[in-house]
Design a protein around this ligand. Sequence first.
Ligand SMILES: Nc1nc2c(ncn2[C@@H]2O[C@H](COP(=O)(O)OP(=O)(O)OP(=O)(O)O)[C@@H](O)[C@H]2O)c(=O)[nH]1
Ligand SMILES: [Mg+2]
Length: 297
Amino acid sequence: MRKKYRAGFVAILGRPNAGKSTLLNALLGTKLAIIASKPQTTRTAIQGVLAVPGAQMVFIDTPGIHKGDTLLNRRMMETVRAAAEAPDVVLFVIDALTPPTDEDTQALDLAKKAGVPVIAVLNKIDWLEKKPDLLARIEQYRQWHDFAAYIPVSARRGSGLDELRAEIIKHLPVGSAIFPEDYLTDQPERFLAAEIIREKVLHHTQKEVPHAVAVAIDSWEETPKLLRTAATIYVEKPGQKAILIGAGGSMMKKIGTQARHDMEHTFNRKVFLETFVKIRTNWREDPGFLSVTDWRT
Ligand SMILES: Nc1nc2c(ncn2[C@@H]2O[C@H](COP(=O)(O)OP(=O)(O)OP(=O)(O)O)[C@@H](O)[C@H]2O)c(=O)[nH]1
Ligand SMILES: [Mg+2]
């Protein structure tokens, strides 16, 4: 007998930097979400849809669970709570290289609240030196919750993903596809472009600068062969602006070139990108500003 078609929502939860966005991209086989070695890279929920024979998985990547005082931090946590409200299954992403933290506990609390099966995804095993360490880590998490499964993966290398997809599908409800076959994401191209620029900024800056950066797209004109766009990179302080511009504009040039390169790949056309840097004091506390850079509003 043919297996019944399954389709459903899969929330990806976990502490900052666990590798949630890397996992989303790896599961989809497409780069949708930006990645950085700094925590709090993802700021909104990012939906990515994967159709395989017999099933459709609607993944929702979320910001890492953390405590933070700014309005931006609170909005990020509201986003995670909303994503955790009604999934069919949760992927609880664990950085297997490091011991559990308070943020892991908070993330798990939220995952449990969803009241659906939670799969423990032990990520970054490519850097794990000894197998007993992995088994010990699994044992640690087993004490916390009766997970539906414990699946070691390397999101970066792409290992363990077939096992993970198969496990996810088991927990999806029987039903027809939620989105059309070729549908990939709810993110508009402008938002993807702004995120690509922010990713390059994160790669080249340290300490408080990554957290102080927001990107807005000011103009967008496209033809089948060319995309012409202008973006403003907002920071909070003059010192941060100086860092982003760099000596003789060198940093801005580097960020612009790398972002343009990625955008050409993502949008499959030539890109003409102009970037500006502006100071916007305390933008993380400014509801008006936050809604300008949030593509959902
Ligand atoms: N070695 C190794 N590193 C990984 C793996 N997956 C992710 N990383 C790295 O972990 C860091 C964080 O990855 P992200 O995917 O941005 O993590 P995240 O959980 O989405 O982080 P936030 O959005 O800040 O919550 C990056 O430097 C990744 O390259 C993996 O399988 N192996
Ligand atoms: Mg992320």
